[in-house]
Design a protein around this ligand. Sequence first.
Ligand code: BMA
Length: 331
Amino acid sequence: MTQIIGPALPQIPWQEKPAGETQPLWRYGHNPVIGRHGNAISNSVFNSAVVPYKDGYAGVFRCDSRAISMDLFAGFSQDGLSWQIEDTPIHLCDNETEVLRREYRYDARVCYMEGHYYVSWCNGYHGPTIGLAWTDDFKTFHQLENALLPYNRNGVLFPRKIQGRYMLMSRPSDTGHTPFGDIFVSQSEDLIYWGRHRYMMGAVKGDRSAWQSMKIGPGPVPIETDEGWLMIYHGVINTCNGYVYRMGAALLDIDKPWQVLYRSKTYILAPNELYECVGDVPNVVFPCAALADSGTGRIAIYYGCADTVTGLAFTTVDTLVQYIKDNNFQE
Ligand code: BMA
């Protein structure tokens, strides 16, 4: 038995595992949970982050507009299933206009830490890098310095200081549809200056685990457990029809999270359903948020589907940790 360390969330969105299901994750029966017209301007709503907020949920959503401009929008929900997403992008403020300079914003994660909600996202600043901001009300977002130099994507915070330092995963990249990518952890004492960069894990060359052979990137904010950090990520293979994005999971050392204890050799979710295989970018499942209930061990994962809509899938901490151990990838 693995114990989630963190608050109970008895109202977590949930469906029981269907009889006969053999895979570690099972999809919400009414997926997609958010369709492509999630707000007035959207062409697509995907790769978005939700967190418990007040007596319900809040989130930061990637809505690409019908001009195909990428930006972030706040949304609110009572049950985590039915969402009201705002029609205007989140309001970012700072004293430093250079920091507020906007090229594009996408793929947010939201991390509740020390009483604030921290947002990390892929921020255009002469190329993609990692933007950071905090909010208390999902109305005003206080933007911090970009955490890292371009080019980088998939910045994901750990939800507490570890050994006295904030920790941020990221995936150094290029300016295009990066055909490589490994995960690193950077450390900071103030959320401004990041250093002490550590290699965590990389794409798996060859065909031993080919679904993650081209690049990998961190997904939701990791879930703390008594066995280590439970980390869900995406893995990509390049095929004759283009990139295919699947989901994997790993267990990381609690004090040195760049040390991987176990990592799934077989994927945990793949684009199989029509809304995951057909859309603006076919064959993509891309996780950006996970809710966890320490009381029951239930986990609900929000993921982008085919860069078009948002899906929801369920598992339990015991199911996922056991799966990673039983299907461990060894170098
Ligand atoms: C990545 C990012 C993601 C997207 C994925 C698949 O590079 O742009 O937002 O989901 O490609 O298109």
